[in-house]
Design a protein around this ligand. Structure first.
Ligand SMILES: Cc1cc2nc3c(=O)[nH]c(=O)nc-3n(C[C@H](O)[C@H](O)[C@H](O)COP(=O)(O)OP(=O)(O)OC[C@H]3O[C@@H](n4cnc5c(N)ncnc54)[C@H](O)[C@@H]3O)c2cc1C
Length: 376
């Protein structure tokens, strides 16, 4: 099929990847609709702070013409980085440059600035994709939970870690990495001592099978991922505790950690999230299909230990839009995008896995500090 003959492109999922792709296709005048299962205020919850890299995520923002808007909201001082041993000893301490290459922005804000540029007619909220039927004429019929059926020429799965489009392309399933996180938030205005310790960016405190990963967000929150190597079911034990019980258990389990680090637990308020960290097989590929592909976590879910997930999602959108610009034939477009994406995703998925292994090793803090010294 030629791209000029496309009547409808369905993007399933309105996270950073799906939104960015929509915006880039809008610039090319292509007929797309983003179907997002959540309701319109989806980005009200800011999510965590993300560093957007100049060689991937920022390329998409530039191509979409929103780099200057993005720059208004980023925090260059969010690149402050500390690597800390579990006893509280700081092994690496870097203050951000004026304008570094990986500024921070809250996930919700990033999504907002993309959504604002998309014609609202092209985004359908409250559309949870359920299933797909291939039609004899090469189109696909999509069914949503709200009962609506849509006929489309091309389906792009941007529906994240547990993508329902992915099984149409590959049998690969996300697997648990063995790492779980408890996300806790403290108010920086109430706890200036914690802000002083955390500074404006990230703290990576590493201690064998445990870690405390602190990050300042743009809305007065200091978020911490209290992280563990743990069995799959163990997270449910924590999930069932009240906030006080949870803090008591964590303070006990982090008993031999430095006083500054334990503040991330002690100061946290009642907005706790429990996350298991999953990944797809590294180097996952599939055969190009005639009317379907994946971008972002749906294509290459990786653990967050290299800070690449959202950058890859934005960059996939950039690559796919570029392929649309360069080629006319749909199969050529999809194949060209996928071959580039597979190569890049493999490298970053491996990097994420290597970092995970270091983070949760006996001398993780020392090894990470050394790696940061080498690249500084
Ligand atoms: C704890 C943690 C920390 C992280 N930290 C970082 C970091 O520092 N840096 C970084 O780069 N990345 C980080 N990531 C990863 C990053 O958040 C993801 O890689 C990124 O959000 C992927 O974007 P996406 O658009 O592909 O998918 P998502 O952001 O998951 O968006 C998918 C969208 O699809 C929608 N959806 C899902 N199913 C359906 C359906 N059936 N029908 C319709 N809509 C559907 C969802 O509601 C969602 O809006 C982190 C992840 C975690 C878990």
């Amino acid at each position: 099929m030629k791209k000029q003959n496309l009547q409808h492109i369905a993007i399933i999922g309105g996270g950073p990847g799906g939104l960015m792709l929509g915006l880039l296709l809008q610039h090319q005048g292509l007929p797309f609709t983003i179907y997002e299962r959540a309701h319109k205020n989806i980005h009200k919850d800011r999510g965590g702070s993300l560093d957007i890299h100049d060689d991937s995520g920022q390329l998409a923002l530039k191509q979409a013409g929103i780099f200057e808007v993005f720059r208004k909201y980023v925090r260059f001082d969010g690149e402050d980085t500390r690597i800390v041993r579990k006893d509280g000893k700081i092994l690496y301490d870097e203050d951000a440059e004026d304008e570094g290459s990986r500024p921070e922005i809250d996930r919700g804000k990033l999504c907002d600035i993309i959504v604002e540029q998309i014609n609202p007619q092209h985004i359908k909220y409250g559309y949870k994709y359920e299933n797909m039927k291939q039609l004899d004429n090469g189109q696909a019929e999509l069914t949503f939970e709200n009962g609506v059926k849509v006929i489309t020429d091309l389906v792009i799965g941007a529906d994240g870690a547990f993508s329902k489009i992915r099984p149409h392309l590959t049998d690969a399933m996300p697997e648990y990495t063995g790492i779980s996180m408890i996300e806790m938030n403290s108010d920086e205005n109430e706890h200036p001592d914690l802000l002083k310790f955390n500074k404006n960016g990230k703290v990576m405190a590493l201690g064998g099978h445990q870690a405390i990963l602190g990050q300042r967000n743009g809305d007065g929150r200091i978020m911490a991922y209290i992280s563990f190597k743990m069995m799959y079911d163990t997270l449910d034990e924590y999930r069932n505790l009240s906030l006080d019980e949870l803090k008591e258990r964590l303070m006990h389990e982090f008993n031999d950690w430095g006083a500054d680090l334990k503040k991330y637990i002690a100061y946290s308020y009642d907005d706790v999230k429990f996350r298991r960290i999953y990944k797809l097989p590294i180097g996952l590929t599939w055969e190009t299909q005639k009317n379907m592909t994946l971008i972002g976590d749906a294509a290459h879910l990786m653990s967050p230990f290299a800070g690449e997930g959202v950058n890859m999602a934005l960059h996939d959108a950039y690559l796919l839009a570029k392929a649309f610009h360069m080629y006319d034939d749909l199969t050529e477009i999809l194949n060209s995008y996928e071959q580039q994406m597979f190569e890049i995703a493999k490298v970053h998925a491996q990097e994420s896995q290597d970092n995970l292994a270091i983070f949760f090793s006996d001398n993780g803090a020392e090894t990470m500090a050394q790696l940061f010294e080498e690249i500084a």
